[in-house]
Design a protein around this ligand. Structure first.
Ligand code: SF4
Length: 403
């Protein structure tokens, strides 16, 4: 979500005639888009702001904006007191008004159409935000507090955004939301929205991120089985393999329900690639709970997993860590090793199979299952081609392009 917001902010600057630069010396304005999902992210944002004091001294006429979730949580008053050289603070809840309220003050808007530019992924991929905020209440999560309850963008606005990004060169659209499959637009369901986006001319692949296990509708699996442009990949956060911890986390499902959902999705698309998120060291997590998480790695056949240590927050003493740092570190290392071993197995299973690859260069692309794929020759940026997988190394498949 922060990457997508950063791109929207970048695009707003470009519409006003600015160019993006990563050279501070050339910058007329600097935007720090902050994250607070973990304490460490917030600490990094604070250090980054501190380091910009030097830039502001050298460029007193330059503008320094602090935006995003940590800005929302800490507040403008606190940040401006601590860093008086900051010009404006815009929290995550007001990020959509950033262009009208602040960038507009910087200079004239030539109202020019600017090409889509993805700052974080390949130029062929574009993010389209379809909802903001989250109405769930996972016990460890700060998102609902800093981004507010779920608000869905209208189907028309989403289709317009996606169509303009495709027109500007995107071949792959990634629909984004904290619980992206909870999206509703009046009587239009999430699956119906997917169908409408899939029908846009020029689109070659559609992904969405991140769905929540609670919100898969019955019509989704049929759509997934039918629509080849819908990526054979899903990032489906599970967080823990222990029912006791899932309940404490208020995730709303059990391990068995999560696995049953995977089974249902894989019945529709047997080679569906699924990645996930895990948190280790949640307050009260016993060794037994952790072993349940460990065993889920293999049972879920995940292609990849983001594993995080539970992040205690200073402002939530009731949620302080109870597992020792050494034990959490040891669990994290075991989990990472299991994920690596399992990813290797899953990747090796792809050898000898045919993958549909969207190429980013002549020799590199992404399979529908989100695997990185290398070929010696035969690709072209923006082209979809079938590749026979002949090998797998680290996280990358290698293969031969098929005509
Ligand atoms: S569903 Fe995701 S964003 Fe929403 S509260 Fe839970 S972890 Fe946070």
């Amino acid at each position: 979500m922060n990457e997508a917001d950063s791109e929207d902010i970048g695009a707003a600057f470009r519409r006003r005639g600015y160019e993006l630069t990563d050279d501070l010396k050339k910058a007329d304005a600097v935007v720090v888009n902050t994250c607070t999902v973990r304490q460490r992210a917030e600490d990094k944002a604070i250090s980054q702001i501190g380091r910009l004091r030097k830039w502001k001294l050298a460029r007193p006429d330059g503008k320094l904006f602090i935006v995003g979730c940590a800005a929302q949580k800490l507040g403008g008053k606190y940040l401006k007191n601590r860093f008086p050289f900051v010009d404006e603070v815009v929290g995550a809840k007001a990020i959509e008004s950033f262009e009208d309220s602040l960038i507009a003050q910087l200079g004239p808007s030539p109202e020019s159409e600017t090409a889509h530019q993805n700052l974080f992924r390949s130029p062929q991929t574009a993010y389209v935000t379809i909802m903001r905020g989250c109405s769930l209440k996972c016990s460890y999560c700060i998102v609902p507090a800093v981004r507010g309850p779920a608000v869905f963008l209208s189907a028309d606005a989403i289709l317009e955004d996606a169509a303009s990004k495709i027109k500007a060169g995107a071949k792959e659209i990634v629909l984004l939301g904290q619980t992206v499959n909870s999206w509703r637009g009046g009587k239009t369901t999430f699956s119906e929205l997917l169908s409408k986006v899939l029908a846009l001319p020029g689109l070659k692949r559609l992904r969405f991120m991140s769905p929540h296990p609670l919100f898969f509708e019955d019509d989704f699996t049929a759509l997934l089985a039918r629509e080849k442009k819908l990526a054979r990949y899903m990032h489906l956060p599970v967080q823990s393999g222990s029912d006791r911890i899932l309940k404490l986390m208020r995730r709303g499902y059990t391990r068995g329900q999560y696995l049953a959902l995977l089974e249902r999705l894989r019945a529709a698309v047997p080679d569906l690639a699924v990645s996930t998120d895990f948190i280790v060291g949640y307050p009260g997590e016993t060794e037994e709970d952790f072993l349940d998480t460990l065993s889920l790695v293999e049972e879920g056949r995940f292609t990849m997993a983001y594993c995080f240590k539970y992040s205690p927050r200073t402002d939530r003493p009731e949620m302080a860590a109870t597992v020792s740092e050494a034990a959490v570190q040891a669990r994290l290392e075991k989990l990472l090793a299991a994920v690596k071993k399992n990813s290797r197995l899953v990747l090796n299973e792809r050898i000898g199979k045919i993958e549909e690859v969207l190429f980013e260069t002549e020799t590199y692309g992404r399979a529908s299952g989100n695997f990185a794929v290398r070929v010696k020759a035969g690709g072209a940026p923006g082209k979809i081609a079938e590749v026979l997988v002949t090998g797998a190394e680290k996280n990358t498949l290698s293969g031969k392009g098929l005509l």
